[in-house]
Design a protein. Structure first.
Length: 289
């Protein structure tokens, strides 16, 4: 139920009922993705076409390495750590009740729910635009075959994420904050946004655009996932831990399938090295965006 905000400044809303800043951010992101799509006329220097290296049988060693690499990615373990931290005292429920009552970003539970749908759709559009922006080959036959293989891997990641999310909903039976039903954990909207958004970020690595533009697009895609997550909390459909676990699931399966079945030996998790020198040592940390 929408609460009455005494003495609180109401957010400025656009005509569609969504916070103007968030709407402009979404439009800006889609414009940049469209620019990347138009720029995707060649592979990165020395790199294969997107989908060219895809394989249905990568081997158990590669699968194990991909799973371990994905599990170590901060996009996976940080949300899980946050969800665990929220179980201290009643923080999880307190935040959910406050967001549902105050609706600080969207102004009402109904608008939060509607915009959650819009942001989830934006993540799906972002995936398809980045997949199409990736070069597929020099001939129509090569292009179609490579795109088909790349899409098959991305689709497997999406199906695994969504199916596991639905199974966990049935198994846990957690009551939603608004009491509507017992399918609160985890968040389906957030899982969909997270897996599509992360796959889109990984696809951008095959598009020949400036590194700064690639990082900017990646940040925008993260913002879409975060916005989806918060909209579901503010609408009263989920607790924060529901959305954090979903974000972790989506990031894990996107990274795992990309590393194991699409891009061999191209894991992108932080690495560190220590080089001893006279009088001290040099610590090097590498994080490829």
């Amino acid at each position: 139920m929408q609460g009455i905000n005494h003495g609180k400044r109401t957010p400025r809303l656009c005509e569609a009922g969504v916070s103007c800043g968030l709407m402009e951010t979404a439009r800006w992101l889609l414009s940049l993705i469209a620019a990347a799509w138009l720029a995707g006329c060649g592979t990165l220097p020395g790199g294969p076409a997107w989908g060219e290296e895809a394989t249905p049988a990568p081997g158990w060693q590669r699968v194990r390495e991909a799973a371990w690499s994905a599990a170590r990615n901060p996009r996976v373990w940080l949300p899980l750590a946050g969800a665990a931290l929220l179980q201290v005292s009643d923080w999880d429920r307190d935040i959910a009740d406050w967001a549902r009552r105050e609706t600080p970003l969207f102004g009402s539970n109904e608008r939060a729910g509607e915009w959650g749908d819009h942001l989830r759709t934006a993540s799906v559009v972002g995936l398809h635009m980045t997949a199409l922006a990736t070069p597929g080959g020099d001939t129509p036959r090569e292009w179609f075959g490579n795109k088909l293989r790349g899409y098959a891997v991305d689709s497997a990641a999406i199906v695994t994420t969504t199916e596991l999310t639905q199974e966990l909903k049935r198994a846990t039976g957690r009551v939603r904050p608004n009491g509507a039903d017992e399918r609160s954990f985890p968040s389906g909207h957030t899982a969909v946004a997270a897996v599509h958004g992360r796959l889109a970020q990984l696809n951008l690595r095959s598009v020949d655009i400036p590194p700064g533009a690639r990082r900017t697009l990646g940040i925008g895609l993260d913002a879409v996932t975060l916005g989806t997550s918060w909209s579901r909390i503010e609408a009263g459909w989920h607790f924060p831990s529901d959305t954090l676990v979903s974000a972790s699931l989506g990031a894990f399966f996107a990274q795992f399938y990309d590393d194991a079945f699409l891009h061999a030996g191209q894991t992108k998790v932080p690495t560190a090295g220590l080089q001893w020198q006279e009088g001290g040592a040099i610590l090097t940390v590498l994080w490829i965006f």
